[in-house]
Design a protein around this ligand. Structure first.
Ligand code: ATP
Ligand code: MG
Ligand code: MG
Ligand code: MG
Length: 557
């Protein structure tokens, strides 16, 4: 695509209400435009990213044996009444009435609809298992649409549904989808964790959320962390307990060697707002980080840890900086923290709480329902991002963006809508279901949250709208334009998605746009064009090398 003809109205400034990087850069880079609160248009660049993500989802769903269909976004009231969700969904559901006074909703999800679709035609166990999905616009009248396409009122979701004869079948289907989701988010390149969720309005008895780690996320995840210092560096490992897999999944984050890196890793926002408390517990040193603007209740900490106050050494920011490294702070920490609560987050849902030992977790915990903050007696109240020592771990809260969610539904919907099949013995059995969602458009924003710098987006190759951008510095220069066009055609022939910036704009404008829209590979055709010399760089490293145009193809591969 030639930029001289491309619809890419980039903006210098982001609108005031754009609070987070993805919202700002997607607007400024001409990926999206707002049409109403929580309702967005996808411009050419944005729609290409959406389709790349859809394609990855499609390929992995198909590979896992699911089949794509497309149902309407308009669903009849009756099926929602049958499941009891017409009322339970409440004001989040967009409802409408036709000219004959029939009531409908704009589908926020489609468990009832898919069940209705198959129930009259799937009559025998031989037709099972069955897994159908769609990539369809969903509507939710969110109380607080925010962060652009991250929490929208109209968004694209891949929603899939599995149908099995019995519980065992449902569990197999669920496991297959679990693995397909791992492949999807691995391919997209997201840094994510999987946590066991709270089934909430969906019903059923097992669910997992796929959560892209990001400070701007609205979900809160608790991690158990472990400090292990080696001679060269200190490493922080954290553990996500995942009951479905029984074993603990160990994730190591290498390269954390300084207080700053550790603070960044733990999502403690700025190093200036850190105090470290050096605790000697049972002869072992322990570190607790506390944002400086919050006062630590020393008496409470003392009582909780069972150490005298003189063993607690508060450190100033300067001291931490002087220290420069977390080497020397090692476990085991010999303290038994049970529950860690962020008292400021009252709507905290789906949190894992407990000691970092098998079977000592409460998963899918909900603040208020399952545990309380401040007044909870022996609870140690900490703020998000703090770490707290316990028997062998320290905890950290991190925020994340829910990009996918899978559910074992059991027979909730098939019971309500009377979806049965005849088993081997000719006996009617209620179908066992699972449901599986990926927030396609939310994933676009999650990728940007994780992949950007101050100048703009840095697309991972997997979902980038274009692979390569060729910038012709002076479009009036014949040699430059000829070389630009020739490289453009070569790259197109080689199967790349290519942008040619042939606009009559100043070089500065072209370079700024190029950084903003985040195309991963860049070729600059400028003064050296007559000698067939060009510059090559990547958006990530911004590391320019000069080379002969003939060397380019080898370089780009
Ligand atoms: P959230 O907790 O963020 O409100 P949800 O749990 O209500 O999401 P699900 O019903 O699990 O959402 O829907 C499946 C997926 O659809 C979610 O994991 C998310 O990625 C996406 N999604 C849900 N609501 C929105 C929204 N308002 N805007 C964009 N994507 C959304
Ligand atoms: Mg929701
Ligand atoms: Mg949720
Ligand atoms: Mg969910």
């Amino acid at each position: 695509m030639k930029l001289s003809r491309f619809y890419m109205p980039t903006l210098r400034e982001a609108p005031q209400d754009a609070e987070i990087a993805s919202h700002k850069f997607l607007l400024r880079g001409a990926f999206i435009r707002k049409s109403a609160s929580g309702v967005y248009t996808y411009l050419p660049l944005g729609y290409r990213v959406v389709r790349k993500i859809e394609q990855i989802v499609r390929e992995e769903m198909d590979r896992a044996g699911a089949q794509e269909i497309l149902m309407s976004a308009i669903q009849p009231k009756e099926i929602w009444e049958a499941s009891g969700r017409w009322d339970r969904f409440g004001p989040e559901m967009f409802k409408l009435t036709d000219r004959h006074d029939r009531e409908f909703c704009l589908g926020p999800t489609a468990e009832e609809y898919f069940t209705t679709l198959i129930k009259d035609e799937v009559k025998s166990y031989k037709q099972l298992p069955l897994n159908l999905y769609q990539i369809q616009t969903k509507y939710r009248d969110e109380k607080r649409p925010r962060f652009g396409i991250n929490r929208a009122r109209e968004f694209t979701m891949k929603d899939g549904y599995s149908f099995d004869l019995d519980r065992e079948g449902m569990e197999v289907s669920y496991h297959t989808m679990y693995e397909a989701y791992e492949k999807i988010f691995n391919r997209i390149g997201l840094d994510y964790v999987i946590v066991q969720g709270d089934n909430g309005a969906m019903g059923g008895n097992m669910s997992h959320e796929f959560i892209a780690l990001s400070d701007t996320g609205e979900g809160v995840i608790a991690f158990g962390g472990d400090y292990a210092a080696t001679e060269e560096k200190a490493e922080v490992t954290y553990t996500v307990q995942d009951k479905a897999r029984v074993d603990l999944t160990e994730v190591t984050t290498p390269g954390v060697t300084t207080i700053e890196e550790l603070a960044a890793f733990l999502s403690v926002t700025a190093k200036d707002c850190l105090k470290a408390v050096d605790l000697m517990v049972a002869g072992e040193p322990v570190v607790v980080f506390i944002p400086g603007d919050r006062t630590l209740n020393m008496a409470k900490l003392e009582g909780y840890l069972g150490v005298p106050e003189h063993d607690i050494l508060p450190m100033t920011t300067e001291q931490i900086e002087a220290m420069g490294s977390v080497e020397g702070f090692t476990g085991p920490m010999g303290i038994d923290a049970r529950i860690i609560v962020d008292r400021s987050v009252t709507a905290m849902k789906n949190v894992i709480v407990g000691a970092n030992k098998k079977d000592t977790h409460l998963q899918g915990a909900s603040y208020g329902r399952d545990f309380e903050g401040e007044d909870g007696g022996d609870l140690l109240v900490v703020e998000e991002g703090d770490t707290v020592p316990n028997s062998d771990i320290a905890y950290a809260f991190r925020r994340g963006i829910e990009v996918g969610n899978i559910f074992q539904l059991g027979t909730k919907y098939s019971d309500a809508l009377e979806a049965t099949v005849l088993d081997e013995n000719g006996k009617a059995q209620v179908i066992w279901m699972g449901s599986y969602g990926v927030g396609i458009t939310r994933t676009v924003s999650a990728v940007v949250e994780q992949c950007h710098d101050e100048d703009g987006i840095i697309w991972p190759v997997s979902v980038t709208p274009y692979h390569v951008i060729i910038t012709v510095v002076k479009n009036k220069d014949e040699a430059q334009m000829a070389l630009g066009e020739s490289l453009y055609n070569q790259l197109l022939d080689a199967g790349y998605d290519v942008l040619l910036d042939d606009r009559a704009e100043r070089p500065g404008v072209k370079f700024k746009d190029r950084d903003l829209i985040g195309i991963p590979l860049r070729i600059t055709v400028g003064k050296g064009a007559a000698e067939h010399r060009v510059e090559y760089s990547t958006r990530k490293a911004m590391d320019t090398v000069e080379l002969h145009a003939d060397e380019l193809m080898a370089r780009i591969k």
